[in-house]
Design a protein around this ligand. Structure first.
Ligand SMILES: Nc1ncnc2c1ncn2[C@@H]1O[C@H](COP(=O)(O)OP(=O)(O)OP(=O)(O)O)[C@@H](O)[C@H]1O
Ligand SMILES: [Mg+2]
Length: 256
């Protein structure tokens, strides 16, 4: 099996007000092709920072990210050429990936025009289909981001990311701040995308979501991976006390 995306000895240090924050420390990460890999941990543990490094938006202080064995940094650029489309990120705050002054349908059409075709009519048709698939009605697709519900906004930003026809989707807390039914809709959608062969990095502090969707999990605490393994093993036989604590906090869950 191919390792689609790899993080090797990744560290990120932030300097803030004279202090150094070690947000990510010497982390090794692998996303095999066709798999869904989760990163789970408490707030502030470094999940979003690592997700940004993997998506090329944040240059790590040390370490390397490789896409199919090749460094994603080439000269002064990151994810050059075709690779630029291959890895798409959906942000924790979906407002940051949607232009507030653009109707949803136009934002998604713009993505299609950028990545798939120059034909405006065709681009609009592709965008409408994509939004429909994401469970966004024609009426809602004519709205601006602020007049959508949180779940609709999350799904719209997934649609925007998919216009690039990526190989990898890095989704940072895609189900946060949305209710149960919007969550299940989004999870169903991810299930379909996975069947279509998309590989996914799923960042979440919600262990239910991680358990349901991922094949493999990394457990993060204070910038470090304290445990990793097949999802089933992590949930049934967690070895690390921090993982045990996270899992035992799921309502109705007991560790065997
Ligand atoms: N740009 C930045 N400048 C300074 N510190 C930062 C910056 N971004 C993140 N940090 C710090 O790095 C640490 C990890 O933050 P990060 O956002 O990666 O956590 P997280 O696991 O995603 O948390 P959450 O679950 O709340 O989203 C935190 O202490 C945070 O304050
Ligand atoms: Mg985060």
């Amino acid at each position: 099996m191919n390792n689609l995306l790899e993080g090797i000895d990744i560290s990120v240090t932030f300097k803030a007000y004279g202090d150094e924050i070690l947000a990510v420390r010497n982390v090794d990460f692998v996303l095999p092709e066709g798999k869904v890999v989760g990163i789970v941990g408490e707030s502030g543990s470094g999940k979003s920072t690592l997700a940004r490094v993997l998506s090329g938006l944040q240059i790590p202080t040390t370490g390397q990210v490789k896409y199919l064995g090749e460094d994603i940094r080439q000269g002064s650029g990151v994810y050059k050429g075709e690779l630029r489309k291959a890895v798409q990120m959906v942000f924790q705050d979906p407002y940051s990936s949607l232009n507030p002054r653009m109707r949803i349908i136009n934002a998604v059409t713009e993505g299609v025009l950028q990545h798939q075709t120059n034909d405006k009519q065709l681009a609009k048709e592709i965008a409408s289909k994509l939004l429909k698939r994401m469970g966004i009605s024609e009426i809602d697709s004519r709205k601006y981001p602020f007049s959508l519900s949180g779940g609709q906004r999350q799904r719209a930003s997934v649609a925007r990311a998919l216009t690039a026809q990526p190989k990898i989707l890095i989704a940072d807390e895609p189900t946060s701040a949305i209710d149960q039914s919007a969550q299940s809709q989004l999870l169903e959608l991810f299930g379909e995308l996975i069947k279509d062969g998309l590989s996914i990095v799923l960042v979440s502090h919600d262990l239910g979501v991680i358990r349901y969707l991922t094949d493999f999990v990394y457990v993060m605490e204070n910038g470090v991976f304290v445990e990793s393994g097949e999802t089933k093993d992590i949930f049934e036989k967690p070895k690390n006390p921090y993982t045990q604590k996270l899992i035992s906090s799921i309502p109705g869950h007991s560790i065997k």
